[in-house]
Design a protein around this ligand. Structure first.
Ligand code: NI
Length: 472
């Protein structure tokens, strides 16, 4: 460029910048909006960078904007092939639409707090080329809203045949024994390699079975088939999205497979979890929980309040009829650490009377309100005292998905006692997901007393506190 040309270029750039700023003001946007967009761009940069090293194909296009109170920080590849680029644009638009549908109704709600943080959609991608013509694009979609929601990444992949410019379904890329070979390799790799072998969920053989639907999510690369497993798919949430590259030579069947020895199910390897529901019975939500337990033939333990046992005896009788354990959670949820010995005795007597009237017998166990049980309280109680080892915080989140996420993040649940509450809609909803989920994972759902007897080979002792360290 000559000196003169550079000057003209700089001058043109200056005019353009001025024009942009003017347009921003004129269109009703203000400097705050511009600053917000720049800030979002900066915030998105590390997110995008995480995928950069795996962008083998296409030019990166970025789009950062706020629309209808929602923030967008999107990156996607541009191939310069009309049909392919149109399809990519369509997919990005689909992701935007779904995001809008998920968050806009809540923002339009009159009860929504005016200062709520804008939901933000981050989109990043990886792109791979195999055999010079087979393109796989993997999109990573993360939603964020203030600090309230922990970011969760979803994956979506699309394949193209670049010689034709056409989209190819993943099933059409899978050859004979594709899922079977992937399954065998994945199981052997994850069970023998750190850090995967320590975090792998106990029922990995089911999760990684060829027909479990986890092997049609891949990209074809130069070196092999790259599989993606979403957060909580096989490992606790801290593992994030897990990638596994399987070399092509491992993806073809070489010899007839050796027959697998049948797994033996003995008393020791029965896997058990005890669900517990406090503060009920509740006419609607406890009933919904019982419907779920009945549907799946599962059991749980209810720590009921004497005052509510007196009010809803039919529900308590149904708890027992379904084989559940019915324990006491005091008469009306007082903090036992603040009561005198006399007050504790009066509370126990009133609770006992309510249980006798409803069930014709005393509660089988006791769980102190707030988990508070000092020496004074402990001495007064002649029932086994059951605390818990996993707190779902269902009373705090009031969100079934959050409860599920909390439990999945715990890893192996064998022998654990899970604390929930029977008085929230969200907890009943969580139970409806949790019960079949745990059974699919191979857990038997038992009462706390059954768990103690089966796991420790001892009968529950009156006046003994069974707490966190016991239920490990
Ligand atoms: Ni309670």
């Amino acid at each position: 460029m000559t000196q003169k040309k550079i000057h003209i270029f700089l001058f043109a750039a200056l005019i353009l910048t001025a024009l942009c700023i003017c347009t921003a003001f004129a269109s009703g946007n203000n400097l705050t909006q511009v600053k917000k967009t720049v800030a979002l761009q900066e915030k998105a940069a590390p997110y995008w960078d995480a995928y950069r090293k795996n962008q083998q194909v296409g030019e990166t296009r970025s789009l950062v904007e706020y629309q209808k109170s929602l923030g967008y920080a999107l990156q996607y590849p541009f191939l310069g092939q009309k049909a392919v680029d149109a399809r990519i644009a369509e997919i990005v638009q689909e992701i935007r639409n779904a995001f809008e549908q998920e968050y806009l109704p809540a923002l339009a709600d009159e009860d929504a707090p005016a200062d709520a943080a804008a939901p933000i959609l981050y989109l990043g991608y990886e792109s791979y080329l195999a055999e010079g013509e087979q393109l796989s694009i993997v999109f990573f979609e993360t939603h964020e809203q203030g600090d309230a929601v922990s970011p969760h990444t979803q994956i979506r992949m699309v394949h193209f045949d670049l010689t034709e410019g056409t989209e190819v379904a993943s099933e059409d890329l899978m050859w004979a024994d594709f899922a079977k070979n992937a399954s065998a390799y994945a199981i052997s790799y994850f069970t023998s390699t750190e850090p995967y072998c320590t975090g792998l969920f106990g029922n990995y053989e089911t999760l990684l079975a060829p027909d479990a639907g986890r092997f049609d999510r891949f990209a074809l690369t130069e070196d092999g088939v790259l599989f993606y497993f979403e957060r909580y798919d096989l490992f606790p949430g801290s593992y994030g999205v897990v990638r596994l590259l399987i070399p092509y030579e491992e993806m073809v069947t070489k010899e007839p497979p050796a027959p697998e020895p049948a797994a033996e199910v003995s008393a020791e390897n029965r896997r058990m979890v005890a669900l517990t529901f406090d503060d009920g019975p509740h006419p609607t939500h406890t009933t919904a929980i019982l419907d779920t337990l009945e549907k799946y033939g599962a059991k749980a333990t209810f720590f009921d309040l004497g005052s509510l046992v007196a009010r809803y005896p039919d529900i308590v009788r149904r708890e027992e009829a379904l084989g559940c354990e019915v324990g006491s959670h005091s008469y009306d949820h007082k903090n036992f650490n603040k009561l005198t010995a006399e007050e504790i005795q009066a509370d126990i007597a009133a609770t006992d009377a309510a249980f006798q009237a409803a069930l014709g017998k005393s509660p089988s166990a006791f769980r102190p309100p707030y988990g508070n049980c000092n020496a004074n309280a402990k001495n007064a109680i002649s029932l086994p005292i059951y605390l818990w080892s996993i707190d779902t915080l269902d009373w705090k989140s009031r969100n079934a998905d959050a409860v599920m996420a909390n439990i999945k993040a715990e890893g192996d649940l064998d022998g654990k006692v899970i604390l929930m509450h029977g008085i929230y809609d969200s907890s009943a909803e969580a139970a409806a997901q949790l019960v079949p989920y745990l059974q699919e994972q191979g857990y038997e759902l038992v009462t706390v007393s059954e768990l103690i007897s089966a796991k420790q080979g001892e009968a529950p002792q009156p006046g003994k506190i069974y707490g966190y360290s016991y239920f490990q």
